[in-house]
Design a protein around this ligand. Sequence first.
Ligand code: KIV
Ligand code: ZN
Length: 386
Amino acid sequence: MSNRIYVFDTTLRDGEQVPGCQLNIDEKVMIAQKLDELGVDVIEAGFPVSSPGDFRSVEAVSQVVKNATVCGLTRAVEKDIEIAAAALKSAVKPRIHTGIGSSDIHIKHKFNSNRDDILARGVKAVKYAKRFVEDVEFYAEDAGRADIEFLARLTEAVIDAGATVVNLPDTTGYLLPTVMHDRVSYLMNNVPNVDKAILSMHNHNDLGMATANTIAGVQAGARQVEVTINGIGERAGNTSLEEVAMTLKVHKELDSYTNIKSELLYPLSQLVSKTMRMPVQPNKAIIGRNAFAHSSGIHQDGFLKHAENYEIMTPQEVGVDKSDIVLTARSGRHALKHRLQLLGYELNKEEIDLTYIRFLDLADKIKEVNDGHLVTLMQEMKVETA
Ligand code: KIV
Ligand code: ZN
């Protein structure tokens, strides 16, 4: 039976921490409603203790979201937990996400503490959060660099304390996918009560491996993925929702699925980019401007013969209207002929050869040739539409 993978979206919390990307309450509510429509399972709406504005945002999101669980972040601190519980009180399905650093680096240099004390604080925080909500997720911050035996002990202890989900963040984006797979497998095999909770992937992208690490964790048994739209987030960002959702959809052999309505990915990506004033890089997988654009002659020819030669998913599957053939000096005759046909010009071989020479000359000068340029070229060459 295929594995249901739960999508935990943290665009409004980890994503919104990016300088310049802050959202007001109305914007947060609007994006939360769109995330709910998209089919995410959990919306992390903010860190309520961090500011009165964030408190009100989590409160407002809790009031409008109908299907997804709404989650608020806390430190392993009672006051944070009380404030998060208050912000979440109208949520249909509330979740408190509490936790503490788990690597020796964090234990020593952030908390000036020791492993046993950290474990006790984690357990106490989970038990305290359980007084307010049933659904408590524990994060072992910097789990990627934590001693694996200690991480197993911590995971077991917080599950015993009532955690429904244990999040194992690669906070610094440090791990290699094979290592992530080994570490999650170790926990799946060495934590006696692991079947009582879900293990979650929360990977940052410092080495560009967040998606690969998340998929490796899923292959080893993690059942929740923590992601953001467009992969926005601290430093190099978080794991991108669209990359994980489409990897799970395209790779049937992973035998896993999410409830994401993939055709809503591109419109939501655009909305988040605009609202957060954060442009999407053109070559970004799935939702970048060039993700379905073909520009070299060899690729254009192959694509025009059969789209699957150069596309592993259709643009429509992710909400993009159509693939694009970009006409540049690297384009071939096949693409030029195809575009001229779309514009109504039927040219024979000799005419195409002649036009191609003039087209290359123009493309070398102006880089990208659009439909307007082609029509002008046809007029100059005194060619009429068919
Ligand atoms: O990256 C991280 O470790 C986090 C936790 C607070 C969940 O964002
Ligand atoms: Zn994070």
